[in-house]
Design a protein around this ligand. Structure first.
Ligand SMILES: [Zn+2]
Length: 158
């Protein structure tokens, strides 16, 4: 059972998001989210997570669409984009701490505590939030950049 959502038609926690030309596939996969060229796959469980976390995972997968499969780069880009665009705040790390700290890691992913440390140092080093006085003008996602043709990578990753 899966649902395919065309690029530009996805809404996360009430906010439209887009990652270039990548479509979204909603399917009960083993991970919370994953990527393959041209598509971001989201586990339906994502939609019951806090808004910041929904945006974080989508941005993480979008980073794979744009920049390749390096996990630390994807985490860093996602968290810094969230800080700059205002959808990820310091207090959102409370959820991250709870969910990630016991992850063992694998060939591609650092163990939870190291991953969290990386996310926090990326967040600290990231640009300050942009002031957006006109709500309609606020960038909805990670992914404005992604209007240009993304550099895709050729193997799935999450
Ligand atoms: Zn990843």
């Amino acid at each position: 059972m899966q649902e395919v959502i065309p690029a530009g038609s996805l809404t996360l926690a009430g906010t439209p998001v887009r990652c270039g030309v990548a479509r979204t596939v909603v399917a009960p996969i083993g991970d919370i989210a994953m990527t393959y060229p041209g598509a971001i796959v989201l586990n339906p469980r994502l939609f019951s997570m806090p808004p910041a976390i929904q945006h974080f995972w989508y941005a993480h997968e979008c980073a794979h669409q744009l920049f390749g499969y390096d996990e630390q780069n994807a985490d860093c880009w996602a968290i810094q984009t969230g800080k700059r665009m205002g959808w990820f705040r310091m207090e959102d790390f409370q959820w991250m701490n709870r969910e990630l700290q016991y992850l063992p890691g694998d060939a591609d992913h650092l163990p939870g505590p190291e991953r969290l440390a990386g996310l926090k140092s990326c967040y600290a080093a990231g640009a300050a939030p942009e002031v957006q006085p006109v709500p309609e003008a606020r960038p909805a996602t990670a992914t404005r950049i992604a209007r240009q043709a993304p550099a895709l990578h050729s193997r799935p990753s999450s």
